[in-house]
Design a protein around this ligand. Sequence first.
Ligand SMILES: NC(=O)c1ccc[n+]([C@@H]2O[C@H](COP(=O)([O-])OP(=O)(O)OC[C@H]3O[C@@H](n4cnc5c(N)ncnc54)[C@H](OP(=O)(O)O)[C@@H]3O)[C@@H](O)[C@H]2O)c1
Length: 180
Amino acid sequence: MRKLSQWNPERILFRPNKTSFVPVILITFTLPPFQNCLYYWGFAAWLAYYINHPLYTPPSYGKKQINFAVIMFLLCEAGNFSIHVALSDLRRDGSKTRKIPYPTKNPFTWLFFFVSCPNYTYEVGTWISFTIMTQCVPVGLFTLLCFIQMTIWAKDKHYTYLREFKDYPSVRMPIIPFLL
Ligand SMILES: NC(=O)c1ccc[n+]([C@@H]2O[C@H](COP(=O)([O-])OP(=O)(O)OC[C@H]3O[C@@H](n4cnc5c(N)ncnc54)[C@H](OP(=O)(O)O)[C@@H]3O)[C@@H](O)[C@H]2O)c1
């Protein structure tokens, strides 16, 4: 058995042999990117299994429901994209500082009037649209988990804004206008 002091990361990563695969696998499993991939790819596979199953039943209101959900989905994606453009414009000078994001001429960014993290609001909207589109319980469960996760992050970001900026707009909520 190799002593702990003999585990050399450089040797393990660039000159692997039979025994060095064990720590590589152990380290990989504990890395956040791996856990992220497992979470998202795991859910993607699970949802795809249900949606593409031969016994899958189409949504109750058929094409009308699907078309409505597709439009909602695309609008939310456009909103999410617009928010990311607005956020990246805050760092046009290449700085790393965080500033207060404000609505721009693009109507999709007007959600900034009401919430601190409109990109999360739009992301939740995207998944609600997909739930309506597929009318599938596992998709609804994934949407719920996304909502819980993003609410936690949005609250965190919101309170950081309140701490950092004395003039932060008081009407803004973390993720859902006037509510949450
Ligand atoms: N489905 C899900 O479960 C799920 C969960 C989370 C996210 N997402 C998706 O992934 C996207 C990205 O998520 P994220 O958590 O990375 O979003 P984020 O924290 O809002 O960050 C997006 C980018 O904007 C920058 N930024 C944020 N606030 C800023 C400010 N006040 N001033 C200057 N720059 C600022 C961030 O820089 P810094 O890195 O320096 O903060 C980052 O580069 C989301 O929009 C959402 O669509 C999906």
